[in-house]
Design a protein around this ligand. Structure first.
Ligand SMILES: Nc1ncnc2c1ncn2[C@@H]1O[C@H](COP(=O)(O)OP(=O)(O)OP(=O)(O)O)[C@@H](O)[C@H]1O
Ligand SMILES: [Mg+2]
Length: 508
């Protein structure tokens, strides 16, 4: 472990955050302008929401504050004093911490080690390690977290790992916490806890800058909101005067409707396309269900209840130890992704980085990937036709910011999600399984993806939806199965209430 003591942040008054202001911030990548003349200031102890469509520049602004990227123009000032930020250490020494969605923790180390990483005071003496333990205890008290300092971070659920990031920031003296979509990966209980902690930190003087696509959540939490559109600052105003609709209007620059579309009924006599028979893996136990042509089946349940794992088992990505899957009455051997795709199963996985996208390749290639073999002739892709098809799909999901040949890693998070979904539209499979299909997409794009799911079903695809947003599962599905501890424990039709579904998910 590197033993390096960071200087105590000198500009940060204990207990009180500085006023943070940015002026004329600009950022370009090649010929595209991502941020332009962004000017705003945030008061000490304020909770400030940054809103905007996918690709509006929210993450870019936060990364500039956190020193992860350097602005081309403009200044950042703390209490009126300009600070130079060219690397994360500049931000940290000025009391600014960025908590990205991809947490920057070392999975093999303990909670305590991660929290004090790089500023470990333990030089071997018992006294110092006691000091760290005491500091850790103070941080727990400050936040209300309950974390075992010896737990290995890699084994923690995502919500607790995020708490470790927060403690790490506070241990470094952070007075301004920048959080990029922190609730997107959390379950309901973890979300509630995070919001509570944010309020607590703010009331003791920490400034929190929050990016989120959940409008109600933002409005219920923040003091003021800033809206960015196409890299420009639109407004900074009190949250109190706003509604979700008024914010969306500012974000997209026009009025939009965002209701889940009407779901056409499954045609009488529609045949069963997908059948899971006693599917069993380490995470799912004897799971059996069917989906008919044109039907949308929702899998509800708590995080860890086996919903995603049921999909992975059916897709051949998680090893099944018993049971099998049938497509159109034909049993597939299982345990092979290649075979599953060939048999007509598609999966939009939960994690776009680890399971879904080839980050170093362009969006167009990622979208064409599942169907490449269909449109290649003797190894030669019919480039012209593929280009046209991919361009059409790109438009239909409103994927923005993709530049020719540029890696998909350069797209904003929400636009990556649209590409992940678009992969299966070029040549829809018989069964499409979607896991958190709208994670990180803005509210307009969410409505668009909902519409595309309904349309896919209407054209005959059997769809299986997993989502932590209960409204999404209930709103989109003809039928809902609730999972608990790896098993299906209840079935509802689409008239089920949120409470009914929640109750069966929680029951012991
Ligand atoms: N390294 C890069 N190279 C080129 N363009 C980039 C790069 N990083 C970001 N961009 C572009 O900058 C724009 C703003 O991206 P940013 O990630 O800030 O958006 P965002 O508001 O956070 O969106 P989302 O809600 O989808 O997360 C996007 O059009 C994106 O494609
Ligand atoms: Mg972003």
């Amino acid at each position: 472990m590197a033993i390096q003591q960071l200087a105590t942040p000198e500009h940060v008054h204990p207990g009180r955050a500085p006023e943070i202001s940015v002026a004329g911030i600009g950022k370009r990548y090649g010929s595209s302008t991502v941020l332009q003349g962004v000017t705003l200031s945030i008061a000490p102890g304020e909770i400030h929401g940054i809103m905007g469509e996918n690709g509006a520049g929210k993450s870019t602004l936060l990364k500039i504050l956190g020193g992860a990227i350097v602005a081309d123009s403009g200044t950042v000032a703390l209490d009126g004093r300009t600070v130079r930020i060219t690397a994360p250490r500049d931000s940290i020494s000025n009391g600014i911490s960025l908590i990205s969605q991809e947490l920057a923790l070392i999975p093999g180390l303990s909670v305590l080690e991660n929290v004090f990483l790089g500023r470990w005071s333990n030089t071997g003496s018992l006294l110092r390690s006691r000091k760290d333990a005491a500091h850790f205890a103070r941080l727990l008290e400050e936040t209300g977290f309950t974390l075992d300092p010896r737990a290995i971070v890699g084994t923690l659920p995502i919500g607790q790992a995020q708490q470790v990031e927060i403690l790490k920031a506070l241990a470094r003296g952070a007075k301004v916490l920048c959080m990029d979509e922190p609730t997107a990966v959390l379950n309901e209980a973890e979300k509630a806890q995070l919001l509570q902690v944010i309020r607590k930190l703010a009331s003791s003087g920490t400034t929190v800058i929050l990016v989120s696509h959940y409008l109600e959540e933002v409005l219920g939490l923040v003091d003021r909101v800033t809206v960015l559109r196409d890299g420009r600052h639109i407004v900074t105003e009190d949250a109190a005067g706003h509604t979700p609709e008024s914010l969306v209007g500012l974000m997209v620059g026009r009025e939009v409707d965002f209701v889940i579309p009407e779901i056409p009924p499954v045609p009488a006599g529609a045949k069963t396309v997908f059948e899971a028979v006693g599917l069993t893996s380490t995470k799912v136990k004897d799971v059996s269900f069917t989906v008919r042509q044109g039907e949308i089946l929702g899998l509800a349940g708590l995080v860890g209840s086996g919903r995603s794992e049921a999909l992975l088992a059916a897709f051949g990505a998680d090893r099944i130890t018993a049971g099998h899957v049938e497509i159109n009455g034909r049993r597939i051997r299982g345990n092979s992704i290649r075979e599953a795709i060939k048999a007509g199963i598609g999966l939009v996985p939960e994690s776009r980085k680890e399971q879904g996208l080839v980050m170093s390749r362009p969006a167009s290639e990622n979208i064409a990937l599942p169907t490449l073999s269909d449109r290649s002739l003797g190894g030669l892709v019919r480039v012209g036709r593929e280009k046209t098809a991919v361009a059409g799909i790109t438009r239909s999901v409103d994927l923005r910011g993709a530049r020719k040949g540029a890696p998909i890693a350069n797209l904003s998070g929400g636009n990556q999600q649209k590409a992940l979904f678009a992969k299966w539209l070029l040549n829809p499979p018989a069964v499409l399984m979607v896991d958190e299909p709208t994670r990180g997409v803005d509210i307009a794009a969410k409505a668009l993806i909902h519409g595309l799911i309904v349309e896919l079903a209407a054209r005959g695809t059997a769809v299986i939806v997993v989502s932590s947003e209960l409204e999404e599962v209930i709103g989109l599905s003809h039928r809902i199965h609730v999972m608990r501890q790896g098993r299906i424990v209840a079935e509802f039709d689409r008239n089920a209430s949120r409470d009914e579904v929640m109750t069966s998910a929680f029951m012991k």
